[in-house]
Each structure stands twice: as C-alpha cells, then as structure tokens.
Design a binder for this molecule. Sequence first.
Ligand code: CAA
Length: 285
Amino acid sequence: MVQEFDKVGVVGLGAMGAGIAEVFARAGFNVIGVEIDQAAVDRGRSHMDKSLSRAVSKGKLTEEERSGIDARLTFTTSREDLADADFVVEAVPERMDVKKDVFADLDRICPPGTILATNTSSLSVTEIAALTGRPEKVVGLHFFNPAPVMKLVEVITTVSTGEETVDVVTEVAKRIGKTPVAVGDRAGFVANALLVPYINDAVRLYERGIATRAEIDAAAKKAADLPMGPLALADLVGLDVCLAVMDVLWEEYRDPRFTASPLLRRMVAAGQLGRKTGLGFHEGR
Ligand code: CAA
C-alpha cells in the first residue's frame, strides 16, 4: 500500500512542518505544504531553502537532487487542495482548538482512505481522532527538532487506531529514513515524558542559583555526552512547547514531579520562547 503513496500533505510550515515537508520530499514523495496565508508559506519555504542549501553546501545533496526535491514541493493556502492527498501530517501550533479545526477540515476534504497524522508533542491524539469520522485512520506521528536531522519518530496509537494504519505509518516512517517507535497515547508519550521534566529540572537548578546557565548546560552535556545542554535544548524546542508538555503531564498524573518551574512559566508569559523569538535561556543574552 505504501508503494501507492504519492501525494503527502503537510499542514503548517513552521519550524517542524517545514522540516517534515523537507524530509518527505527528500524521500521522493510529492509534497503539498499548506499554510494560512502567503506570508506563512513564504516563511516555510525560506526555512526549507536554507536547510536544503546547507545540505548542498555540505555536499550531502547534489544540485540535481535539490532540483528534484524543489520540483516535488508545492505550496498552497487552501486546505481544499488536499482533496487527493494520500497521507497528511498536521503540524500547526500546539493548541487543541487549532488542531481540531484542521482535523475537521481534513476529515471533510480528504478521501476516506487517507491517513491523517498529527505531529502533536503534548495533546491527546485520541481526542483529535474522536472528532473525525475515521478514528481508525488517525495517528500521532511525532517528529523531533530539527526534523531533517533527528532520526526518532514516535508513532502514537489510540484505542481506536487500526492495525493496518499503524503498519502503513511505520513503513512510511522507515521510508523517510526515520526510526519509528510505537507508543501509546499518554501525556508526553515516551520521549517528552522523559525529556521535558529533565529540562524543567535544569530550569529549577538555574532558578535556585545552583549554577549559571552555561555551567548547567556544560555539566549535563559532558556528563551524558549529549549534543547540547538542557537549557539550550529548551531554546531549540521552544519554551512554550516545554511548558505545554509539563502542564499536560501535571494534568494527567497530578504528580509534583511534573510541576512546571515558575521561571519557565514567567518566561513564556513574557514571550521569551527561545530561538523562535530570539530570547530564551541563551538566545539573545
Ligand atoms: N535543519 C536542518 N539541518 C540541521 C539543522 C536544522 N535546523 N540544524 C542542524 N542541522 C544539521 C547540519 O546541517 C548538520 O548536518 P551534517 O551532519 O549532515 O553536516 C548537522 O545537523 C549538525 O549540525 P551542526 O554541525 O551545524 O551543529 P551541531 O553539531 O551543533 O548540531 C543539532 C545541531 C543537530 C541541533 C544538535 O545539537 C542536536 O542534535 N541537538 C539535540 C536536539 C534534540 O535533542 N532534539 C530533540 C528535541 S525534543 C523534541 O523536539 C520533541 C518535542 O516535542 C519537544
């Protein structure tokens, strides 16, 4: 069935959506990227352009391969253009009302056989699936930032997901060069349930004056041989995303371990969201 896949829709071309669209196009799929207006389309395209140019300049892609990728990418501001999509990944902002609006449209527009995936990092896939007429064809497909680089994808199944859907999505994930891991629909899934409380703990250390931002990151990075420290990772992921995951973990388990650090909450309230706003733990400081 995967062999018949041709047209993949990606709704939302922010940092994650643009990366996801790039990954599918690089794997040979025809991709249609959807955004709300032309300015958002242009931002998404420029994100992809930069990433593809970097790959060319590093010799990871030839100019010819790049042209092929460009030819497979199209863009639109109308969700109706997904009427013939075989597979759709939603990567709009992390708000349930926004996701529900997209899924209601996708369910109406796409053929009944089209699998609909959400790239949510914290919201319930079950709740999103339940509002469609095809809950057996809805999954979470959770990419990690930066999507073109990180190998892991979590394939999140709900109590309603069909077995065939899981098989197809797992195969698609492999075809785009990722390592799929099947996880259930619980707060934080697996990776964020581990990673985000770790980031939150680092914010607490900083908040309590135990060490500087640079020292916390250097210690964690060297101790576990990680590519970056937890505060730099918070800047990369987005402090708003980290806070959303903490709040979802707290809501589900009411465990004090999952209480968001007050500093994290205040920085989000102040619009200091990390790389995306140019202000964060390290950004702009
Ligand atoms: N887009 C595309 N490619 C990128 C990129 C981006 N935004 N950023 C870096 N790259 C590529 C570079 O081109 C380079 O590729 P090659 O190896 O092919 O040359 C490679 O990544 C390494 O990049 P750099 O040498 O420039 O920089 P680096 O070595 O410092 O790596 C990093 C940067 C890839 C971000 C690395 O620091 C890293 O892996 N960090 C950890 C990221 C991580 O843990 N992400 C998960 C976050 S959790 C999450 O996303 C889930 C959620 O829901 C919150």
